[in-house]
Design a protein around this ligand. Structure first.
Ligand SMILES: [Zn+2]
Length: 129
């Protein structure tokens, strides 16, 4: 499919950040650190912390660090999800964190199928092939 091709191209040219650590922390998204936050896309300070899975999964995103720091302009764009770029970015981050989560569970000894079940039980939707 055309969109799959676009996504494949994107993956080749865009390195992912390291996964965030998952040590216990407060259930707030770290708004107070805003002046020190750097937008992952533009490198500008004053970035906002964006949860990758919103709605009912927002708290889960905060708990597990499924987040990215982005400047207000890009933040608004990701939430609007109204253009091809933002749709790809939103999908990319969801795929990235699902994969990181499942890989972590497998490193801890879980079978791939079990890891997928655990993801589905938590988030309710599969973003990976
Ligand atoms: Zn957000």
């Amino acid at each position: 499919m055309k969109n799959d091709h676009i996504l494949d191209e994107y993956y080749r040219s865009c390195p992912f950040p390291k996964p965030k650590d998952t040590k216990p922390k407060k259930k707030q998204n770290g708004f107070k650190d805003k002046p020190n936050r750097i937008c992952w896309y533009t490198g500008q300070p004053g970035a906002e912390r964006h949860e990758i899975f919103g709605g009912p999964n927002r708290q889960t995103s905060i708990e597990h660090g499924f987040q990215v720091d982005v400047c207000p302009q890009i933040h608004a764009r990701l939430h609007a999800n109204a253009d091809n770029w933002s749709r790809i970015e939103n999908l990319k981050w969801r795929m990235y964190y699902q994969n990181a989560y499942e890989q972590r569970l497998m490193e801890l000894g879980m079978e791939r199928k079990e890891a997928r079940k655990a993801w589905m039980a938590m988030i309710g939707r599969n973003y990976l092939p």
